[in-house]
Design a protein around this ligand. Structure first.
Ligand code: A2P
Length: 324
């Protein structure tokens, strides 16, 4: 059996009490959840050294993830809950000040855990309260009361339901707005990022403001309804991968890591899980990085469904604040 990889960790914002997060996480979002495949993959991942697991109430993966972690403890793969870092996210229909804590408690109930390590606002938009709907429909879209929702996120950290709080899919401008009034600043902003959507502006902004960026869909979300195969089919990445004796996926994950960014990558496949963690004992050269920097930029996940003439965002430009 391959020795488990020691995944490096990054320190999260000082107001979170100097907590750390493994730089590589296991993503659980799929179009159609197969609980058995997820459970097997989580156990395999823990054996390989993964310690950071990314879920969300809308992914319906919380319960199985929680069961898998409990099984890993009973099998002796890890000693206790506190040896894993668990992220979950507040879905849009619950993104209302009085619904944040109940939603977080529901996530904890699904996971059968007493606390989260990180809780994120999933999108900078709300859906009408009630059933969790994906994708949101035009009639559901309502403005996010960011001040009220963030105050409830802060409260959830204060009372110990989560160790850290953050956001997802926030542009630089939206993050800046949040920082202007937050008592507890966001620890993390989790966004789409790959060699095809490098997020330079957002990364620079977050770095200057002590917000850790986590890249989702570092492989372009290939094989999902929201993603594309263009990253894994890239000629430039293929050439770099071949020259280094690595795969395109490894080049993508290593590239994210070398930009100083953390990453959540989804695989439920044993071989690919193994491959994706083998990115810490080699590096991309300056020349490789230059080639990657020249890749024409293309955002895959635009989320047109969050934009409507009657909703809070009238255009994609407004939704992403020009970062598209
Ligand atoms: P699978 O679960 O069958 O491995 P992203 O993290 O960018 O959203 O991409 C996830 C997609 O990429 C999933 O469809 C996953 O499929 C696939 N994938 C994950 N790791 C690799 C890899 N090393 N090589 C090829 N495809 C991968």
């Amino acid at each position: 059996m391959m020795a488990a990889t020691k995944i490096p960790e990054v320190v999260l914002g000082s107001s979170s009490g100097q907590r750390t997060m493994p730089v590589l996480g296991f993503g659980t979002a799929t179009d159609c959840l197969d609980p058995n495949a997820l459970k097997t993959a989580v156990l395999e991942a823990i054996k390989l050294g993964y310690r950071h697991f990314d879920t969300a109430s809308i992914y319906t993966s919380e319960q199985t993830l929680g069961e898998a972690v409990a099984e890993a403890i009973s099998l002796g793969l890890i000693a206790s809950r506190d040896q894993v870092f668990i992220t979950s996210k507040l879905w849009c229909n619950d993104a209302h000040p009085d619904l944040v804590i109940p939603a977080l408690k529901k996530s904890l109930q699904n996971l059968q855990m007493e606390y989260l390590d990180l809780y994120l606002i999933h999108w900078p938009i709300s859906g009408k309260p009630g059933k969790l709907v994906y994708p949101l429909t035009e009639e559901d879209l309502v403005p996010l009361d960011l001040k009220g929702v963030w105050a409830a996120m802060e409260e959830s950290q204060r009372v110990g339901l989560t160790k850290s709080i953050g956001v997802s899919n926030f542009s630089s401008k939206k993050t800046e707005n949040l920082l202007s009034f937050a008592t507890i600043p966001p620890s993390v902003n989790q966004v789409e990022m790959s060699p095809f959507w490098q997020q330079k502006k957002l990364r620079d902004f977050c770095k200057a403001n002590g917000v850790v960026v986590t890249a989702y869909s570092p492989l372009g979300g290939s094989g999902t309804s929201w993603g594309s195969s263009h990253v894994l089919e890239s000629k430039v990445l293929q050439e770099i991968a071949e020259a280094r004796g690595k795969t395109i996926a490894q080049v993508c994950i290593r590239w994210v890591y070398q930009t100083g960014t953390t990453v959540a990558v989804k695989s439920y496949n044993k071989e690919r899980l193994k491959q994706n963690v083998q990115v810490f004992d080699w590096e991309l050269s300056e020349e490789d990085l230059d080639k990657i920097n020249q890749i024409p930029q293309h955002k895959t996940m635009l989320r047109e469904e969050y934009v409507s003439a009657h909703g809070p965002y009238k255009s994609l430009e407004e939704f992403w604040d020009g970062e598209l």
